[in-house]
Design a protein around this ligand. Structure first.
Ligand SMILES: [Zn+2]
Length: 261
């Protein structure tokens, strides 16, 4: 059995000047050190720091699985010179000629992949190592995949944006939210994830357990917001919590220093 560790939590913060959004990055410790998704350059420093806290360097990562090719999940690929990159065959084929309106799939991703140590394309059900396999969950993107890992806590699914949040799991029907490819397929995929996993590691939220139709976060909220824009007097903050977006809490520290509540 393998062990799963959240290296960086996925989350999104809305603003009227655009969304701040990071995908979750998950480490599978098994026969190999595998990262599922690796984020984009704005998170490079924190990613290296979190790996170091686990006694790992970028060169110790043997394998990277991309749940899909969107820029916010994929652009740190070249940080990991020793990693074999795993991507679904469908996603690999798609990124060679992405749709003209698809703003999430970088046209230059094939070039980045060409510079990686090796690239392995997989199909539904492919086993990466004992207890770790992939399940195709298309819809959000043409070849989205989920990594299913057998752990002491049951089957853990690292699912990317096929089910990006707990809120998406709670929706009726469950939804991939922002869908770039196929709405119907996305709904089927979201249901498949809920049916297959004891614990879901979503693309942009904390991990949650699936317990007879209910979804329960298994880790506390770890995001602390510092350094918010403010007026000259240093005190006036402009923020609001969107009550419709669930129990996300914003904690603002006017000093700019993170403190525990
Ligand atoms: Zn995406």
């Amino acid at each position: 059995m393998v062990e799963i560790e959240v290296v960086t939590q996925g989350f999104g913060v809305g603003t009227n000047e655009g969304m701040i959004s990071y995908c979750g990055i998950t480490l599978i410790r098994g026969e190999k050190n595998t990262l599922v998704d690796i984020g984009y350059p704005a998170r490079r420093q924190i990613l290296l720091q979190r790996l170091e806290e686990r006694g790992l360097k970028a060169t110790d990562i043997d394998r990277i699985v991309l749940t899909h090719a969107h820029w916010d999940h994929s652009l740190n690929l070249l940080m990991f010179p020793n990693a074999e990159v795993v991507i679904s065959q469908d996603e690999y084929d798609y990124i060679q000629h992405p749709h003209a309106m698809d703003q999430a799939t970088p046209l230059y991703l094939p070039d980045i992949l060409n510079r990686c140590k090796s690239v392995t394309t997989v199909r539904d059900g492919a086993e990466l190592e004992p207890g770790v396999k992939v399940m195709l969950v298309p819809g959000h993107s043409p070849g989205s995949l989920a990594v299913l890992a057998e752990t002491a806590d049951g089957v853990c699914g690292m699912v990317g944006d096929a089910l990006p949040s707990r809120k998406a799991a709670m929706a009726d029907p469950p939804s991939a939210g922002l869908i770039f490819y196929d709405e119907e397929a996305a709904e089927v995929s979201a249901r498949k994830i809920i049916d297959s996993c004891a614990i879901v590691y979503p693309g942009h939220d904390r991990a949650f357990a699936v317990e007879s139709g209910r979804f329960k976060y298994i880790h506390p909220q770890s995001v602390i917001i510092t350094n918010v824009p403010r007026d000259e007097d240093g005190t006036t903050l402009h923020y609001s919590v969107d009550e419709t977006s669930g129990p996300f809490q914003i904690t603002v520290f006017p000093s700019g220093k993170a403190k525990q509540r």
